[in-house]
Design a protein around this ligand. Structure first.
Ligand code: G6Q
Length: 537
């Protein structure tokens, strides 16, 4: 497959021309009923309302040309069919397929990548047996009691997605089941996570694709020793999820072991066993399958070539319009749902680790902006905090709002004529309009410039199905943006560097404790920084 350089595409030049005079959202009737009604696309229960973006039909037509010229849907299909997309031509690279979509292609009679989907089905069947053993009392603790809690030990991709989804879906937990997450090597985090926990009724799920991550291996040791101190046999309490053949791939050390595969990147692994074991424990097998069903539906919707009928692609292109053509370097994702508290953190990784790149897939330095800085927090809390900058700051921050028409629990109260859920959603809609239209005022301090682009994603309710769809929507949006920029969205050299950097300092500390010299030379910045930081530990 031939990849085109973003800066040389005819559509790119056209979009630069159009960006000279973008749609003015502050004009009277700029947000007229026709525009609000027609700038709306739907997929898998989500409606994308994008009237408050600074674009018009001409821009949309040019974005469609961009999608066609860069072959974005073709690249997406090639990815799903198992093309080796994780590579930099002519240079050493991971050189792998990118097949997280295969984990959820299990509902199709003709999966696009049959071998990977077959492996996903095998793992899912193993998970189903494990969960049934727990449910039916074949796996119990030494006193014959059932397990009530699972602690997932993992970091980065082996933590953020599963944690965000668990928090989003706690409402659907099986009775008596819960999960916690231990990621940081900060010992205080371990103390906090293990506090008030009945270890005798707890399973520890150690998750590491590489099986060699410092934080995870350290925390595994820490948890094993906590179990031993409580007189418990770690072999009855620990399960693992790791890459086939990794240093952790030793079933004798675990009660149960599950695999993930090298064609699934860490940050795209929430729908593999990396998310499956803990989410399955908490929500049940069927709950996890519902997440996969929603994700699969969105993966299918992302194959549509008409950008107005393909929400992930449309969101990717609107993002590129804001970023590369209107020059907005950051993106806020603001869920009006407290359950989505950690979803922006997951997106922060998924987006910035994927598209925070400076070389093309051909190994050349890019001559344009790639991934934006992504961040966010739930509304309405954010309104009482950082929205000031969104409205009146000197940096224009495009926003993606996410909301739901109904609450998860359905327990609500009418106060002053409206329910809390109505107040929540009304606030989101009001913010969208305020950012777009601004406000004129004689007092400059009370003037709002407007023209702050934003979209609203809204669905009926946050459920396992809609969560799966939302997860896949963003994964696919991020992949489409990477394809457009002609970068490799699937490696993470920056993370690898971090894994190496601390090594020599730790070697030095360990050597000094034994009264030895250590590997660091007296004039090295590492040693001097260690000395300046003082007595660590
Ligand atoms: C994700 C990254 C990174 C990774 C963690 C944990 O895409 O590669 O966040 O997930 O470093 O790695 P392990 O799962 O190998 O422990």
């Amino acid at each position: 497959m031939e990849f085109h350089d973003f800066s040389t595409l005819a559509a790119t030049a056209r979009l630069h021309d159009l960006a000279v005079n973008p749609y003015d959202l502050t004009r009277p009737a700029a947000l007229n009923p026709g525009r609000i009604g027609s700038y709306r696309s739907s997929a898998c229960g989500f409606d994308l309302l994008y009237a408050a973006q600074r674009l018009d039909d001409q821009v949309l037509a040019a974005l469609q040309d961009l999608a066609d010229e860069a072959g974005l849907v073709d690249q997406f299909l090639a990815m799903k069919r198992g093309a080796v997309m994780n590579r930099i031509q002519g240079y050493e690279s991971e050189n792998r397929q990118v097949l997280h979509t295969a984990c959820r292609d299990i509902f199709s009679s003709t999966p696009l990548s049959p071998e990977a989907t077959c492996q996903a089905k095998e793992q899912l069947a193993a998970l189903r047996r494990f969960l049934a053993d727990l449910e039916q009392g074949r796996i119990v603790n030494h006193r014959g009691e059932s397990f009530t809690t699972m602690v997932q030990v993992g970091i980065g991709g082996s933590d953020l997605g599963p944690r965000a989804l668990y928090l989003a879906l706690k409402r659907y937990r099986l009775p008596g089941r819960s999960a916690r997450f231990l990621s940081n090597v900060d010992p205080d985090d371990a103390v906090a996570v293990l506090a008030d926990l009945d270890l005798s009724r707890t399973l520890i799920n150690v998750v590491s694709k590489s099986g060699s991550t410092l934080e995870t291996l350290t925390n595994e040791r820490l948890v094993r020793s906590a179990l031993e101190r409580a007189g418990l046999d770690p072999a009855r309490h620990l399960v693992s999820v790791t890459g086939a053949g990794s240093p952790m791939d030793d079933p004798r050390r675990y009660l149960a072991s599950f695999h993930m595969f090298d064609y699934i990147g860490g940050r795209y692994s929430a729908t593999s066993m990396v998310g499956g074991v803990t989410l399955g424990f908490a929500l049940g097998h069927d709950g996890f399958v519902e997440i996969l069903r929603g994700a699969h539906a969105m993966d299918t919707a992302a194959e549509e070539r008409d950008i107005r009928g393909n929400v992930p692609l449309l969101m990717a292109l609107i993002g590129i319009w804001n970023h590369n053509f209107l020059g907005h370097v950051t993106l806020a994702v603001l869920p009006y749902s407290q359950a989505l508290l950690r979803f922006p953190a997951h997106l922060q990784q998924c987006d910035m680790e994927s598209n925070g790149k400076s070389v093309t897939r051909g190994g050349h330095r890019v001559g344009y902006l790639t991934g934006p800085v992504v961040w966010g927090e739930p509304g309405t809390n954010g309104q009482h905090a950082f929205y000031q900058l969104l409205h009146q700051g000197t940096t224009v921050v495009p926003v993606e709002f996410i909301g739901f028409r109904q609450s998860q629990y359905g327990e609500d109260l009418v106060v002053s004529g409206t329910t809390s859920q109505e107040k929540l959603v009304a606030n989101m809609l009001a913010q969208s309009l305020g950012l777009a239209r601004g406000r004129n005022h004689e007092n400059p301090n009370q003037r709002f410039a407007g023209n702050r682009p934003n979209s609203i994603l809204i669905a009926d309710r946050l459920t396992p199905y809609s969560m799966g769809a939302l997860l896949a929507l963003y994964e696919n949006k991020i992949a489409f943006q990477g394809f457009t920029w002609n970068i490799n969205s699937f490696d993470q050299e920056g993370v690898q560097l971090g894994k190496i950097l601390a090594g020599r300092l730790l070697e030095q500390l360990a050597a000094e404790k034994e009264g030895k010299t250590g590997p660091l030379a007296g004039e090295s910045a590492e040693l001097n920084l260690l000395r300046a930081a003082g007595g660590i530990g």
